[in-house]
Design a protein around this ligand. Structure first.
Ligand code: ADP
Length: 614
């Protein structure tokens, strides 16, 4: 789309970008969005995590007269957001339930006097009459609705308080609104637009690709060992997030990592608020912490240098998976999204769906989400192509996911599928017995286990007809048949059950293609990837810059500690890296480094030059 001739507002926006934020140029999509909102238009913005959504409302709020009101569900992070804005020399505040009344009064008074550029609010505050009256008495430049997917019931993170946000338009029809989210399939997108009354707004849909993230999905064999290997061989000393499904497994894995000498902390809704806040704050403030968490953790965490996100259990939806993995590598540096998944995950999730509260339509929705996730896990195609297709976008094969780096072979698995399905059929139809995958595989392998003897399975015609595959390979077959809908599981023990489509395979009307897991993990091919054009270069520094970078990092750590803010609020790694490499000797030279705005230059410039001169 051609951008209009830059008018006075645009140069204002560019000036703010350069002076306040210290960035040279806008990223893809930012300028158009900012121009549109500065001019008073409504916008719905879909942009991946790390794409740079915050500037899309922060700059208009700084350029337009009045206070920009940002609605965000992330109470625990508001302080950090305000700190980061304050460090840039802007005037920001928040109102939420964590404040005392005196602090609240000060913020309210600053708002009324127009002494704020940005005011962060939790959505539930907008249900309170006194907040509405307060907003009525001040001048509002715009409403930004962050994490807008929270309004969608189809999406994965519905928050009822968000439904009330449709009233913003009714109550303040002249104030522009910008809704932003990093997660939106077409269904979620449409729902956000209609629920927030944004159907007439301009929609900006950026590419959802995150080229610096390497996607890998591995069969889960020994999850702890696999995780440790990933951390030790590829991410030693890196900050990262490990997602687990349950609180118990969070605790277990965090203990295990600590015992293995890794700085890990747990995070889940069962921990008391103080521990949660303290663990989150350490993760944000200290370098190299691994957070082991349920999905209660992470929304809005804008730590730029999270180097990996590992999932030890299957996410419930592709949207959730993409949102969670998107927390890696916001700084654009190479990062890993690694998921281990196994049969037990499918059993567990099906059971959770079967027993979930809500009506049949709700369960059907959950089931569709799970099927899409399984299809992603078992694909023989490029993961990125498949992920982006899920969000309605096209991409070429990426060269930076496990299936591109070591392509799995696809093979004709019709006969083995028939063997497995017949086993399920015979157990069920002929014997009236229902069993899970383990038993079916023992029968196929002809193992005389206690159960096999007890139920006389050795007399089945299928007994021992599957010795061409090993146990783990059979488990892979079961997983893939589940993913393809040729088999399903039921009940607490994951009983295998045939589907309508199974009959087509048994009746030889349908061919079944399966993926063979590559022997080696994609890891080996990882080294090649950095050399690929178009991919982010590794974060490596020239050798002589390394000690300088470390000195700058130490200075940053001490400064952040002194001010009680996360290190990245002082400067991002990328900025320190550029300083270390270019080694500027004057303030003017330093001011041209990306991420050094006017305020930070004035505040830290001399200290940086002194640190460099040391
Ligand atoms: P999102 O909210 O979309 O996940 P953020 O707004 O947190 O992304 O931006 C991600 C990172 O990119 C932040 O560190 C931000 O400072 C940086 N960034 C945003 N816009 C630009 C730009 N135009 N130039 C350089 N860095 C940018």
């Amino acid at each position: 789309m051609a951008s209009p001739e830059p008018g006075p507002e645009v140069s204002d926006a560019t000036r703010v970008l350069q002076r306040v934020f210290g960035y040279d140029s806008f990223r893809e999509g930012q300028q158009e969005i900012i121009e549109h909102v500065v001019a008073g238009g409504d916008a719905l913005v879909l942009m991946p995590t790390g794409g740079g959504k915050s500037l899309c409302y922060q700059i208009p709020a700084l350029v337009r007269p009045g206070v920009g009101v940002v609605v965000s569900p992330l109470i625990a992070l508001m302080q950090d957001q305000v700190d980061a804005l304050t460090a840039l020399g802007t005037r920001a505040g928040f109102l939420n339930s964590t404040q005392g009344s005196e602090e609240r009064r000060q913020v309210e008074s600053a708002f009324l006097k127009g002494d704020l550029d940005l005011l962060y609010l939790a959505p539930e505050r907008l249900k309170v009459d006194s907040t509405l009256r307060l907003l009525d008495r001040g001048k509002i430049s715009l409403f930004a609705i962050d994490e807008a997917h929270c309004v969608s019931q189809w999406g994965h993170d519905f928050r009822p308080d968000y439904l009330a946000l449709s009233m913003l338009h009714e109550r303040w029809p002249d104030v522009p609104r910008i809704a932003l989210t990093a997660t939106a399939t077409e269904a979620t997108h449409a729902e956000i637009a209609s629920r927030l009354n944004l159907t007439d707004a301009r929609h900006f849909v950026a590419s959802f690709d995150r080229p610096n993230i390497q996607y890998r999905i591995a069969p889960k064999n020994e999850p702890k060992r696999q995780l440790l290997q990933l951390l030790r061989t590829e991410h030693a000393g890196d900050a990262g997030i490990v997602y687990c499904l349950s609180r118990a497994s969070v605790e277990k894995i965090a203990d295990f990592l600590v015992d293995s000498g890794i700085q890990a902390l747990p995070y889940h809704a069962g921990l008391d608020a103080r521990t949660r806040a303290s663990n989150q704050s350490r993760f944000l403030r200290e370098d190299g912490i691994v957070m082991v968490a349920t999905i209660a953790f992470g929304m809005g965490i804008d730590k730029p240098d999270v180097r990996f996100v590992a999932h030890l259990d299957l996410p419930k939806s592709v949207e959730g998976y993409y949102q969670e993995t998107g927390r890696a590598g916001r700084d654009g540096q190479p990062s890993t999204a690694w998921l281990a998944y196994g049969l037990q995950d499918v059993v567990q999730q099906r059971r959770m769906i079967d027993t979930s509260e809500g009506d049949a339509a709700h369960r059907r929705r959950l089931s569709i989400h799970l099927d899409a996730m399984l299809a992603l896990c078992e694909t023989v195609e490029c993961r990125r192509v498949q992920l982006l297709a899920y969000f309605g976008q096209k991409s070429a094969e990426c060269g930076n996911c496990d299936t591109c780096l070591s392509p799995p072979e696809s093979w004709d698995g019709t006969i083995v599928a028939q063997k497995l399905l017949s086993t399920v059929y015979r157990l069920h139809r002929e014997r009236g017995q229902k069993f899970g995958a383990g038993q079916a595989i023992d029968i196929l392998l002809g193992k005389t286990t206690d159960k096999v003897v007890q139920h006389d399975h050795a007399s089945l015609t299928v007994f021992g007809i599957g010795t061409e595959l090993r146990d783990t390979e059979w488990r892979g077959v079961v997983r893939q048949l589940l993913a393809q809908g040729l088999l399903t599981v039921e009940g607490d023990y994951g009983t295998l059950v045939l589907t309508d489509a199974s009959a087509e395979v048994l009746g030889r009307e349908r061919q079944v293609m399966l993926r063979r897991e590559p022997e080696r993990a994609a890891r080996a091919a990882r080294a090649d990837k950095a050399a690929k054009p178009g991919r982010a270069a590794p974060a490596d520094l020239p050798e002589e810059a390394v000690p300088v970078f470390e000195r700058l990092r130490a200075w940053r750590g001490a400064t952040a500690k002194e001010q009680g803010v996360p290190a990245y609020v002082v400067f991002h790694d990328a900025t320190l890296r550029e300083i270390a490499t270019r080694s500027p000797s004057t303030l003017v030279e330093l001011s041209t480094v990306s991420g050094v705005g006017e305020n930070k230059l004035a505040k830290y410039g001399q200290q940086i030059l002194d640190t460099l001169a040391d």
